[in-house]
Design a protein. Structure first.
Length: 298
């Protein structure tokens, strides 16, 4: 991509990846000193055991399903941010150190503290923390975080995310497991929420597309208008780039004045580099809520 657009470049090297709605309040608002979620069970009238949701403010957290509802609608939240919320709510009112959070959310992985801060910020944004007097996650400087809102145990039915929430992207499925790329993926996840344009560069076959897809899947719930994958590998002529992008996006998705929160993944840009760069620049200027992750050979 052109120098004016490259806010960040990440170079890959090495071996390619190997194939290898609430129905009744059960308790009054409480702060938990022990693990609430492990005890959140109740017998219904038939004697069956039903998992309980954890209620706070207008939200309902169902940890077993990894689902957060606002009212009766699923709330978009990245998997790491959701896991952080679950850990904090489990021990609501208690200090959870940064080390404890990292060990729980990123087990057996070396993660910079910056990544934790990025996901905490995403969590606060999704919850509206600090707005209209709402407080959920408090920072204990130099130590960690505490969930400060009162919680309730709420009996809840099994809720499945609606199809619209599940299909807000066109990402190819992750059919293989990345090996040795966890740190790179986590770094990109953190950076891409702060920067609007990042290019992953490296030689062919090193795994750029796999890394980009892993990042996009991780962030798919963080963008209210979803994620769109644009594969330029099979584009025979750079002049076809605009129509290729138009075939993926809805007609009004990038219309000026539309406040869209969207992640675009431009894959294999090396042979259409000039036009892809110009198109990226136009998109970023017209749509301030759009972020772009591109891959290209060095």
């Amino acid at each position: 991509m052109s120098m004016c657009l490259e806010s960040a470049r990440l170079r890959l090297s090495g071996i390619a990846p190997t194939i290898a709605t609430p129905v009744s309040v059960v308790t009054a608002p409480i702060f938990a000193s022990n693990s609430v979620l492990s005890q959140a069970k109740v017998s219904d009238r038939t004697g069956a055991v039903t998992d309980l949701a954890i209620g706070f403010g207008s939200f309902r957290l169902m940890a077993k399903q990894h689902l957060l509802l606002q009212g009766d609608k699923p709330l978009r939240l990245g998997s790491r941010a959701l896991e952080i919320l679950i850990v904090l709510v489990e021990r609501a009112g208690e200090l959870i150190t940064k080390e404890e959070l990292v060990a729980r959310v990123w087990p057996n992985t070396i993660v910079e503290e910056h990544n934790l801060r990025v996901h905490i910020a995403a969590l606060r944004k999704a919850l509206g923390d600090g707005q209209a007097g709402n407080r959920y996650v408090a920072t204990i400087p130099g130590r960690g975080y505490r969930f400060v809102a009162p919680i309730s145990l709420l009996e809840t039915p099994t809720v499945r995310p609606p199809a619209a929430l599940e299909s807000a992207h066109n990402l190819p499925a992750l059919l293989t497991r990345l090996v040795g790329r966890t740190q790179i993926v986590e770094t990109l996840v953190g950076q891409l929420q702060e920067r609007r344009f990042i290019t992953v560069v490296g030689p062919g076959g090193v795994g750029k597309t796999a890394v980009a897809l892993a990042v996009a899947h991780e962030l798919s719930a963080c963008f209210s208008d979803g994620v769109q994958f644009v594969d330029f590998a099979s584009v025979p002529d750079p002049l076809v780039v605009p129509s290729t992008l138009a075939s993926v996006l809805e007609p009004d998705r990038l219309r000026p004045g539309k406040e869209k929160e969207l992640l675009l993944v431009f894959d294999s840009c090396e042979h259409v580099i000039e036009l892809a760069a110009a198109l990226s620049e136009e998109i970023l200027n017209r749509a301030p809520g759009v972020h772009i992750l591109a891959t290209s050979r060095a």
